[in-house]
Each structure stands twice: as C-alpha cells, then as structure tokens.
Design a protein around this ligand. Structure first.
Ligand code: GLN
Length: 237
C-alpha cells in the first residue's frame, strides 16, 4: 500500500455544505487512515483557487443560489475538470452532482455545468425527499445503494454516462435510475452522508485514488454502518 499522503479536497464549503455532506470527507479520511494511508484534507473556499494535484475532489449539495455561483466558479477555476481528465477521483452530491452535467436549472434559470458527465438536469413535478435504495450498476461490484435524497431537480443521462444504480425505492435521477459515473467521476443525489451510509462505495473511491483493487484494502469493522443499512433497507420493503 502506498505510504504517500492522500490529498482530499472539500470544494467550496462556503457554498456547498448545506446538507452535511462534509461527512463524506471525514469518512474517506477515517477509512484511509485506519489502513495506514495518511491523508491531508484541504477545504477550499470559493474565493480561493482549487489545488490541481489532489487525489479526491468532493463536492456537496446546496441551495439553488449558491449552486449556480459554485458552478460559475468551478468552470472559471478549471481544476476539477482538469483533475477529472487526468483520471483523479471526483465525488459529488446533489447540487454538486448536477453541476457535473452539461446544464441544470437553479432559481428558474438554466445554468451551465462542468460537462464532466453527459447529463442534464431540469425540475421535477415535486420535490424528491426521503429514503432511497436500489441495486448498484453491476460494473461497480457494490452492494445496494442507500441514503437520503432531498432535491427538486431531475437528471437525464446521455449515452456516455452510466447510472450509478437503479431505484427500487425513491426518485433519484428520474424515478428509475440514481446517480451517474464515468471513469472515476461519480455523482449521486444521496445525502446521509452517502459514504457513511455506503462504506463499500467509500472504499471503491479510496481504492481508485491509491491505484489498488478494493479487495486489497484491509477490511474495517463496519458493524454500525451495516446495522444502519439493514434497518433503513428493511424499513422500505
Ligand atoms: N438545488 C438542487 C435541487 O433542488 C440541489 C439540492 C440539494 O443539493 N439538495 O435539485
């Protein structure tokens, strides 16, 4: 296992930190350090330049106003797009996820996204709020995805972008699929935070970042997370 420092970037906490998604940063750092992988967590506000050389970029959810501002700043900054092109890991939630697409609607206005995922978001007939669960795309080899969603947008995937999961309960992208990925760029509607609720997904992102297979990461004691997952999934059926 690499002994070099893993650099995690929490993107724009002043704009995209409304829904507790910083927990994803804490989970990744904890799960890496528990395996002896040292981490450095960097929080970069929207008036600062994002580092070009990080290993994992995390983008959280937010309200419409901050979301459109964040998208403008991310496009102008260029670091996340550059990192994605260079094969670094990008993990984004809800507003951050919509920003990864080509366009999204915020405050009744169409806004440009980063275009890292072939998808666009518009508004749905009602707000999607509640628990979501569904089987993950088999290409990723992960157990059921579970978490909490809270969004007005609906996301339509183009042919270049694979869904992260199918939806068996909840709304996700459009009532049938949830989230998306291309290469090591992954987006989801799930808060909760998503990586606390889905430790195997956290390990997949870590494994990508350190250039290992997920099975090569030593197992951790995930009893509490597993119990929570089972309770939430059981409550939905
Ligand atoms: N503003 C976006 C929407 O409602 C994202 C919301 C969020 O990040 N929870 O679709």
């Amino acid at each position: 296992m690499s002994t070099s420092m893993l650099r995690l970037v929490w993107v724009y906490p002043d704009l995209l930190s409304t829904y507790g998604d910083r927990g994803n940063l804490l989970i990744l750092s904890h799960r890496a350090e528990s395996r002896g992988i040292l981490t450095e967590s960097v929080m970069v506000r929207s008036d600062q330049a994002l580092p070009r050389q990080a290993d994992i970029y995390l983008i959280g959810g937010g309200e419409d106003g901050p979301q459109s501002l964040a998208a403008e700043k991310l496009i102008a900054d260029g670091a996340v797009a550059e990192a994605a092109d260079a094969g670094r890991v990008v993990f984004a939630v809800c507003a951050g996820y919509q920003i990864l697409g080509t366009s999204f609607i915020a405050s009744d206005r169409e806004c440009a996204g980063l275009g890292l995922l072939d998808m666009r978001s518009d508004r749905g007939p009602s707000r999607a709020v509640g628990e979501l669960a569904g089987p993950v795309n088999p290409a990723l080899g992960l157990p059921t995805l579970t978490g909490f969603e809270n969004h007005g947008g609906r996301t339509h995937l183009g042919p270049e972008t694979a869904a992260l999961a199918n939806v068996s309960h909840g709304i996700g992208n459009d009532g049938s699929t949830e989230g998306a990925f291309r290469g090591k760029v992954v987006g989801t509607y799930l808060h909760g935070p998503a990586l606390a609720r889905n430790p195997a997904l956290a390990d997949l992102l870590l494994a990508w970042a350190v250039g290992r297979a997920p099975e090569e990461l030593p197992p951790l004691d995930d009893r509490w997370a597993q119990q929570l997952r089972q309770e939430r999934i059981a409550a939905l059926v």
